[in-house]
Design a protein around this ligand. Structure first.
Ligand code: PMP
Length: 351
């Protein structure tokens, strides 16, 4: 018998490419095109390296207090992790423990399926309608939990709170996780619904709207009982997920709400302008509420365009999956980056 027979074999999630070259226009992983708040830089420069000999606060109390204040909830309602991927992975392990399948859309964040496989959680995929919207009736069946992003990724489609409330209300025996990675770009957060429903967990991230993808900070908000169960699982896995510098940077970042509003505001303005220009070039796309657009062209195949853009040093994301294999997901960058992209697309179409 070979030792390999007893190896756990999984198909991993494949993150977007992080190119080594610096001259790339990087529109492939939905990062913020602007630097983080100056307060983050100042806090990191003021940090005392000698203190790194000590473990960080396992409860991440100061960061959770800052978040609690920013979102108007109690610190006991906040959980923090190493990016929202870490928070989501913990939440899968904590809340999706039934033998009934968990439900999520067919077109969505592809990590959900990977975690379900990794943690051996049965799942059942629910198709979005032809306009990439969630159909509430698909979530009206026996299940061991529900998860979807709002706005959805990679489509950018945002569901109204009435639909989210319907799903949460109709599933009192399941935890419903709403992954709000992109909520700060124009959608309505389901956060107020956590006061009414104890089975709703909201997950957000510092990686997009707060320009800290490199720091890895994500968080969950829900009622105290949910958060306490989540915390028990985290403490059964790794007490010190958040290091000292991360905690320092995260706190400084949340406390600069003005800069956060400025950045997200700029990205929204750019996004709306780019929508107009792309339409004129013959692209169509669902109306995105994220910091990205999910575009298809009536004449140019997405894969061909993906490769042409890459050769030009413009990186976007292509998902070779059912229903989405003729789409490109393009992150909203700076105005200058988007102008370079638009110019390339105009010339490509007229070549
Ligand atoms: N959820 C969704 C829908 C995402 O697109 C991403 C980004 N890949 C994440 C969660 C994870 O982001 P992070 O771990 O950087 O917080």
């Amino acid at each position: 018998m070979s030792w390999e027979e007893n190896v756990r074999k999984v198909t991993p999630y494949v993150p977007g490419e992080q190119p080594k070259r610096k001259d790339i226009i990087k529109l492939n992983t939905n990062e913020c095109p602007y630097p983080p708040s100056k307060k983050v830089r100042e806090a990191l420069l003021a940090a005392n390296a000698d203190e790194l000999r000590l473990y960080p606060d396992p409860d991440a109390l100061e960061l959770r207090e800052s978040l609690a204040q920013a979102y108007g909830v109690k610190k006991e309602q906040i959980f923090v992790g190493v990016g929202s991927d870490d928070v989501l992975a913990m939440a899968f392990q904590t809340f999706f423990n039934s033998s009934k399948p968990i439900l999520f859309p067919d077109i969505t964040y592809s990590f959900y399926e990977v975690w379900a496989d990794l943690f051996r959680i049965p799942f059942q995929i629910q198709p979005l309608d032809e306009n990439f919207h969630i159909r509430a009736q698909d979530y009206r069946k026996e299940n061991g939990g529900i998860i979807f992003p709002n706005p959805n990724a990679p489509t950018g489609v945002c569901e109204p709170l009435s639909l989210i409330e319907e799903i949460v209300r109709e599933n009192p025996d399941s935890v419903v996780i709403v992954d709000e990675a992109y909520i700060d770009f124009g959608g309505m957060s389901a956060l107020p619904l956590t006061e009414k429903y104890d089975n709703l967990l909201i997950v957000q991230t510092f990686s997009k709207s707060r320009a800290l993808a490199g720091m890895r900070i994500g968080f969950a908000i829900g009622n105290e009982k949910l958060i306490s169960y989540l915390s028990d699982v985290k403490f059964s896995f790794n007490s010190y997920t958040m290091n000292r510098l991360v905690l320092t940077a995260g706190k400084a970042c949340v406390e600069d709400q003005d800069y956060f509003k400025l950045c997200t505001g700029k990205i929204k303005v750019t996004r709306e302008r780019v929508k107009e220009s792309l339409r004129k070039l013959g692209f169509s796309f669902p109306d995105s509420y994220g910091n990205f657009l999910f575009v298809t062209h009536k004449e140019i195949p997405a894969k061909e365009l993906f490769e042409a853009l890459k050769a030009e040093g413009i990186y976007v994301r292509y998902f070779n999956r059912p229903r989405t294999d003729n789409y490109l997901r393009i992150t909203v960058g700076t105005d200058e980056e988007m102008d370079t992209l638009l110019e390339f697309l105009k010339n490509y179409r007229n070549r």
